[in-house]
Design a protein around this ligand. Structure first.
Ligand code: NDP
Length: 252
């Protein structure tokens, strides 16, 4: 039973590892014995993170919004290790705006990163596994906003809802190739990006909508991450798993 959540010796690609959740996922998987390929645009952040990690760690540049960058990234991965076993498809962004204030540029920026970028990375990762006839696990980082809506987040919620459907569609097709595709839908997790907002009166009153009456901590995602990365979830695919302190079930 102790080995149920074992990821020792597996190699995971983590996109958007230069800050926030991606950085935390890297630390968690490294402590659990996985080898890592950490990637993002801010290379110095990745180099700094590498110093904190154990095991084999490769640092590579990746801009998920650029097809060329994604192709270059996967050809580097191929040269380094062939193919990885796990993909944490985490890179994401947002540009909160009222719907009436949205413009083409803002809409495309969010969709390009959060949906097209995730598709591009997942497609190249899958192609490599299929080529080598290897099993794998893809973990898309969606959001509770892919399942419900919130004010001023139309482009973000639309992209995350697309990612939820991408997860299920890929899972359906790839199940017989032993490639599992699941998504984590986090609620609001306290990171450096939002800590100032949640310290305000508005932020504090927002937290009252969460049944557990608190924000999530990065460590609240450790269990689900290890579950989906390991053979403990060997019969799970196409699952979208909220980790949100009950936020999705708040009363109407
Ligand atoms: P951060 O802003 O801290 O991290 C986002 C990461 O994505 C950064 O490492 C950034 O790296 C990377 N990134 C952004 N754009 C690109 C790009 N074009 N190419 C490559 N990497 C990119 O936010 P979080 O850690 O909070 O968010 C991580 C994921 O979790 C996102 O998908 C987000 O939507 C999701 N999420 C977060 C929640 C939260 O409460 N924090 C709740 C629900 C979901 P760099 O700039 O160096 O490229």
């Amino acid at each position: 039973m102790n080995n149920l959540f074992n990821v020792k010796g597996k190699t995971a690609i983590i996109t958007g590892a230069s800050s926030g959740l991606g950085k935390h996922f890297a630390k968690t998987l490294s402590k659990a014995g996985a080898n890592l390929i950490i990637c993002a645009r801010r290379m110095q952040n990745l180099e700094d993170l590498k110093k904190e990690l154990e095991g084999e760690v490769h640092v590579l540049p990746l801009d998920v919004a650029s097809e060329e960058s994604v192709l270059n990234f996967f050809s580097e991965v191929q040269n380094l290790i062939g193919s990885a076993d796990i993909l944490i498809n985490n890179a994401g962004t947002s540009d909160p705006k009222k719907f009436k204030d949205l413009d083409e540029e803002s809409w495309k920026y969010v969709l390009e990163t959060n949906l097209n970028g995730c598709y591009r990375v997942a497609k190249n990762f899958t192609d490599a596994l299929l080529r080598e006839k290897k099993p794998g696990s893809i973990i898309n980082i969606a959001s509770i906003l892919g399942l419900r809506v919130g004010l001023n987040l139309t482009s973000y919620a639309t992209a995350k809802a697309g990612l939820v459907q991408l997860t299920k569609s890929m899972a359906l097709e790839l199940a017989r190739s032993n490639i599992r595709v699941n998504a984590i839908a986090p609620g609001y997790i306290l990171t450096e990006i939002n800590e100032d907002f949640f310290a305000t009166e508005e932020g504090q009153s927002y937290i009252k909508n969460i049944p557990m009456n608190r924000l999530g901590l990065e460590s609240d995602l450790d269990g689900i991450l290890l579950l989906l990365c390991s053979d403990a979830s060997s019969f799970m695919t196409g699952s979208i798993i909220p980790v949100d302190g009950g936020h999705l079930i708040n009363p109407l």
